[in-house]
Design a protein around this ligand. Sequence first.
Ligand code: DAH
Length: 328
Amino acid sequence: MNLEELNQIRETALAEATAAADAAAVEAVRIKYLGRNGLLPEVMAQLKDVPNEEKPLFGKGANALKNELAELIKEKQAVLSSGPKKGGAFDPTLPGQWPALGSEHPISKVTARITEIFQTLGFTVADGPDIETVWNNFDALNTPADHPSRDEQDTFYLNSGDLLRCHTSPVQVRYMESHQPPIRIIAPGRCYRRDTPDATHSANFHQVEGLFVGENVSMADLKGTLAYFAKQFLGEDVKIRFRPHFFPFTEPSFEVDFFFEVGGKARWIEILGAGMVDPEVFKKVGYDPDKVTGFAFGMGIERLAMIMYGIKDIRMLYENDVRFLSQF
Ligand code: DAH
C-alpha cells in the first residue's frame, strides 16, 4: 500500500458518501469504510508495509481521511433524518389540513330563519342601537311614567339618562319617525333587563320586532301574517290562538300561542306579543291615526331556540362552550 493508493481510496470513499441518497446507503458507506472490518482500519493495519519515507504522510493522510469521512457521514445522517420520513415524501396532491370550523350559533340560526320567512312577505330588516333614549324606549310607545318597566329595578340606565333598550319596540319609533307609510319591517336585536339569571332569565337576550303600517291594515292582516309565519316556521299542522292581553303601544293587544309538537307531545306554547298599533303611538311619531292603521308584534328568540332545540337552560346559549355549540 502506498500514498497513491490511499488517495484513490479517499476519492472513491468521499464520492460514495456524497452520492448516498438515503439513510440505508449512508450506513452502507459507513460500514464499508469505517466499520470494524472496513477499509480504513485495514489501511491503518498496512501502515507497517508502507515505504519508510512515505510513512509519516501516509499515516497523516489515513487519519485525515477517517475524520473527513466520519464528518461527511454525520452531516448526511442529520440531513436525511430531518427530511421526509422514509416512504412519506411530501405529496402536494393530498388535501390540506383545515382548522376546525365553528358552527352558527342557535340564536343566529333562529333569527336568520325568522328573517327569511318575513322577507318572503315583503318585510325588510331595520336596525336600532342597543343604547336608546327614554323617549324611543318608553314615551313614544305610550308607556306612562308610572309603568313598572320604567323603574330602575327593571331597566339599566346610563349616567347620560339614556338606557339599554328593554325590548326591540323602539325600532318602531325610529323607523316611523324617519319613514312614511307604507311600512313593513322586522327588527331583530339584543335587549337588556335587570333580570337575575336563572334557567329561563338572562339580563341580555334577543327579540324580533315586527311592524306593518298602511291604509286599512286590519286584525285579519295580523292574523294572516302570523299564521303564515307559524306554518313556515313549524310546519303545516301548527295552530295559532290569540289571547287578549295588554301592551301600552297596541290596542287591542294579544299574546299569541302556537299549538305544535315538542318532545313528542303537542301543546299550546306562548310565542309572542302582538296587537294593532295604538293611535297614541302614531300621534307621537307624527302620523295621522285617522289615515293609517297598523299591527306590531314582538317575540323572544331565546325562547324559540330553547323550544326548537330542547335546550333546558338559557345560560347555555351564552357560555360559548363548543361542546354545546357544535351540536347545532
Ligand atoms: N315589546 C314587548 C315586550 O318586550 C313585546 C311586544 C308586544 C312587541 C306587542 C310588540 C307588540 O310590537 O305589539 O314584551
